[in-house]
Design a protein around this ligand. Structure first.
Ligand code: FAD
Length: 406
């Protein structure tokens, strides 16, 4: 028996690789190594229910401890991999041990982009990526009154909704002229600006935090590029992430906007794979290379990696999809809308139930559904199967999406 598969990272992708290897009938040893001190857990609730409710840590776990024992997965938590020795085919742990591999999977994810302004290191400036970050935030948020959220992307807006639901005074500061600008159409941005505004969140677009001031090491106010100061006892930073590429780069693997992989998720070393937030991969729905940050991408890529390791490789060509919950509104996204040249609306923004269908070169490329879960389901079918639909069809509520998707 060989040294089997070694998976670095116990996030969604790493967990799914280990579980899928066993589901695919892989017989050799599987070792799953992560530097966080917890059993693998899901991140999406961290910016939603976990801070808002009494949700317990064990409810976030992807599987209970018994799963790893029962499936013969050796799980090493609180262990950091510091180097890959490709000629010796082993990884080195910070604790000094070497672990040999036949196949190595990098599922090392991404880390939060720091806020580069004066005062960003003060007590009360917080980021959210890990369970430990969420535990610290939950402990802190109750006593806060005035909360500034830096970044009007998904995580920033979810945190703004949670903080406001807890009765806090909340101001969101977004550098771009509109919310979630990278991923949604202006009509969706405007919908969210109105939603947050109607619930009492102050939204400032086209503005940046220029410095954070404190007294005795603890924050008091944030200064904004419009010249005003805002009282703050908590600043929550959600300004995006950077992929963890260092391990791959130092081992001589090709890196770009992530660890560069082919359509089978193989890196430039055919025995080393990458999946999830860290993988810069070719994606047919992006019509090129892309790095995605979603549960769907982490899970589907992990399954493709497991299939390749057991010798049944299949291309990664799953449809990207994503969701975000803010207040009582769920946005579900299917496909990738970047680069669209036409969009049509189905439904009623004023009723908070509508979908935006995006087209490029007359081809449907993405659908964003707000409180319209059925549209999302049928959109996934239409997009996955490449069904030809016209803007006129999808804009017409008399045309049944279910029938089109058949
Ligand atoms: P990660 O989850 O980042 O896991 C990587 C793991 O590897 C981490 O534990 C990291 O510490 C570890 N690691 C890194 N380097 C090493 C090393 N050298 N040695 C050992 N371990 C290492 N997606 C959605 O689709 N919908 C949502 O609603 C949604 N909400 C989210 C809310 C929050 C607060 C966050 C943070 C993310 C959310 N996401 C959501 C994104 C989604 O959770 C991620 O895309 C997904 O978790 C990526 O999984 P991953 O395994 O690739 O990376």
């Amino acid at each position: 028996m060989g040294s089997g598969a070694v998976v670095v990272g116990t996030g969604q992708a790493g967990f799914e690789v280990a579980a899928s290897l066993r589901a695919e009938g892989y017989q050799d040893p599987v070792t799953l190594i992560g530097d966080e001190p917890h059993l693998p857990y899901q991140r999406p609730p961290l910016s939603k229910s976990f801070v808002l409710t009494e949700q317990r840590i064990d409810e976030l776990q992807l599987r209970p401890a018994a799963f790893y024992r029962d499936h013969n997965v050796r799980l090493l938590v609180g262990e950091r991999v510091v180097a890959i020795d490709r000629s010796a085919r082993c990884v080195r742990l910070a604790s000094g041990a070497d672990i040999a591999y036949q196949s190595l999977v990098l599922a090392v994810g991404a880390r939060n982009r720091p806020l580069n302004v004066r005062g960003a290191n003060l007590d009360g400036v917080m980021h959210l990526r890990t369970l430990d970050d969420a535990i610290a935030l939950k402990a802190r948020i109750q006593a806060a009154q005035d909360i500034i959220v830096v970044g009007g992307g998904f995580i920033g807006l979810e945190l703004a909704a949670v903080a406001r639901s807890l009765g806090k005074s909340v101001t969101v500061i977004e550098m771009q002229p509109r919310l979630m600008p990278r991923v949604v159409a202006p009509v969706v941005s405007e919908f969210y600006r109105e939603l947050h505004g109607s619930r009492g969140v102050t939204v400032l677009c086209g503005a940046t935090v220029t410095r954070i001031d404190g007294v005795g090491g603890t924050i008091r106010e944030a200064r904004v590029s419009d010249g005003r100061s805002h009282a703050a006892d908590l600043v929550l930073v959600g300004v995006g992430v950077v992929p963890n590429i260092e391990l791959a780069r130092d081992a001589g693997l090709i890196v770009g906007n992530g660890v560069v992989v082919d359509e089978y998720l193989r890196t430039s070393d055919p025995d080393i794979y990458a999946a999830g937030d860290c993988a810069d991969h070719p994606n047919p729905f992006a019509r090129g290379r892309v790095r995605l940050e979603s549960v769907q991408n982490a899970c589907d890529q992990a399954r493709s990696v497991a299939a390749a390791i057991v010798g049944r490789p299949r291309r990664y060509e799953a449809l990207p999809w994503f969701w975000t919950d803010q207040f009582d509104v769920r946005l579900q996204m299917a496909g990738l809308s970047q680069g669209h040249d036409r969009m049509v609306i189905r439904g009623h923004p004023e009723l908070r139930k509508f979908s935006v269908f995006y087209f490029k070169d007359a081809e449907l490329t993405a659908v964003d559904s707000i409180n319209r879960p059925a549209d999302h389901i049928f959109a996934r079918k239409l997009l996955s199967a490449g069904v030809v639909v016209t803007p006129e069809q999808v804009a017409d509520e008399g045309v049944d999406l279910r029938t089109l998707a058949r």
